[in-house]
Ligand binder design. Structure first.
Ligand code: HEC
Length: 170
């Protein structure tokens, strides 16, 4: 433990360095075998000592680029049309984030007619929403760079079972 203390202090200092980052709790406190959660039971990412992201975060990268990036831009960076979700995943409450994806959102303004579609009936989004969320949190905290994560951990049996059950609607 003697050796880990200075490293931990360094990591905490680095995490607190960016604006608004100190209050974002991305530390994994528990797991259900499918994914990891912080102390508040909000889904979070894990990156191991080899720099590999956990499977759900990698899945989130793929699903984001299949379903969201056409409007929100690559890597959660935003576009002229839709906001940068890497920031939304940090600033917004998790439940608000999930609610907007399920129900959609339309800016009520005469100057714009931007529409965020409702995805509640789309299993390709809803079964992977926590994956997309953790991927965007990893981008928002800059725990991972832009682009496809170079290394990933394997898909767990628990993840495969949960994915199958969700996609089959059971
Ligand atoms: C057809 C284009 C389109 C697609 C596809 C799309 N969005 Fe959106 N999204 C928008 C627009 C436009 C807004 C801004 C709406 C507003 O502010 O009224 C938005 C807003 C949001 C917000 C609120 C962000 C904030 O900071 O207020 C979230 C969260 C969100 N989208 C998540 C997603 C996710 C996750 C996906 C993929 C599963 C997705 N969106 C796919 C267009 C899209």
């Amino acid at each position: 433990m003697k050796f880990t203390t200075p490293l931990l202090a360094l990591l905490i200092a680095a995490a607190g360095a960016g604006p608004g980052r100190a209050e974002v709790d991305v530390a994994a406190a528990s797991t259900d075998g499918v994914r990891h959660f912080n102390a508040e039971d909000i889904p979070t990412y894990v990156i191991n000592e080899d720099g590999a992201v956990d499977w759900p975060t990698f899945s989130g990268f793929r699903r984001y680029h299949a379903e969201c990036h056409v409007c929100h831009g690559p890597d959660g960076e935003g576009s002229t049309y839709a906001p940068a979700l890497k920031n939304s995943a940090i600033k917004m409450d998790y439940y608000d984030f999930v609610g907007i994806v399920a129900s959609g959102k339309q800016e009520v303004s005469s100057a714009s007619n931007q529409v965020m579609p409702a995805f509640a009936t789309n299993p390709n989004v809803m079964c992977y929403l926590d994956d997309i969320y953790t991927y965007l949190r990893a981008r928002g905290t800059e725990a991972i760079p832009r682009g496809r994560p170079a290394k990933r951990m394997d898909k767990s049996d628990e993840y495969a079972a949960a994915e199958k059950a969700c996609m089959e609607g059971s």
